[in-house]
Design a protein around this ligand. Sequence first.
Ligand SMILES: Nc1nc2c(ncn2[C@@H]2O[C@H](COP(=O)(O)OP(=O)(O)OP(=O)(O)O)[C@@H](O)[C@H]2O)c(=O)[nH]1
Ligand SMILES: [Mg+2]
Length: 366
Amino acid sequence: MTATSPMLLLGIGTAGARIARGVSRAYGENLRFVLTDTDATTAEGDGEFTLLGGDRLAGRGAGGDIVAARLAAEDSISRLDPHLEGVRLAVIVTCLGGGTGGGATLETVKRLAALGIPSIVFATLPFAFEGEDRQRNARGVMSMLEEAANATFFLPLDKLVGESDNMSEAMRRACDTVASGVTLFWRLIEKPGYIKLDADHVRRLIQGVGRGRFAAVTCQGPNRAADAVDALMRSELLATAQAPVRAILCGVLAGEDLRLSELTTISNGVQETFGERVTFDLGTVNDEATFSGRLSVVVMLFEMNGREPGAPAVGGALSRRKKAKSNPLGVGPTGRGRFNNAERTEWHGEDLDIPTFIRHNISLEF
Ligand SMILES: Nc1nc2c(ncn2[C@@H]2O[C@H](COP(=O)(O)OP(=O)(O)OP(=O)(O)O)[C@@H](O)[C@H]2O)c(=O)[nH]1
Ligand SMILES: [Mg+2]
């Protein structure tokens, strides 16, 4: 599964590389992954490494400067090409707030798109305590990433630390949470069980979707399926809707003791909670060695604010979105129009720069 895997994990920037290494440790030897950074010290450790911006930044990192990182990545992005042989789906982990995560991720996604490789981006957003500059850096990149990538999952670090108050424990926990979520996603695609999802299936599903929401939970005990649904319902990561859900991808990972009644509980619970009349895909992994006695559920909610869809994977909701998008109001594919690169005006989790009829998925006939 190593070199021949159709999926490649890319860890971008210093913290992005750290998370990718966490996925590699959790997944085991067979993970196909590459790390890229403008900081040469990131090469120290396991995994293949590509240095970006060699001459321009001399391997010292971008020092928080997104523009410098973006220029550096523009110069040297083709250095990634040898790693992209046979890749059908790229999964990127990156941390917005610094220079390289902010600047090089966009260039990487564009390069992948130019080579016909769809990308899913998992990007953390800075802790509130990191200050307004880093928050602004991150916000500035978000809409551009949404435009360029096939699917983007923004994960606010503040929501990943749980109860931890100790600084280093919280930082580690946030990285671990992202890494374990991505690892579960990886297992779901690479180690299919009786109900299969593979890289090509996900590739079709993400054509044209935009922002998504992502969460993973693990439970054990006699009520583990109902407990998992309950935890997902309460998950802050799934709570903040920017747009209506258009498709749901749900993965159930367990050992040989996975019961059909548990799958029914999860399938019904997830659909009832997050969207009953949208495309729903469920995959399973039966891996006794990894999940013995435990049950993990991964949920990806794809929202309707993406670009023009390229595949007929998502039925009715899709045609509603198409109508809204092709209206003559000139608000563009994200719905933000000339506010596209401006700071978001948020109110109760809604982006007020997007017209109400798009946010609420109401189609207008012209
Ligand atoms: N959870 C966690 N997040 C981190 C850690 N270090 C950095 N981050 C987050 O990642 C963001 C980007 O930081 P880095 O990865 O260091 O920056 P970079 O992308 O390498 O960019 P430059 O160093 O400026 O080239 C920060 O704003 C933090 O939000 C860490 O150890 N744990
Ligand atoms: Mg760095």
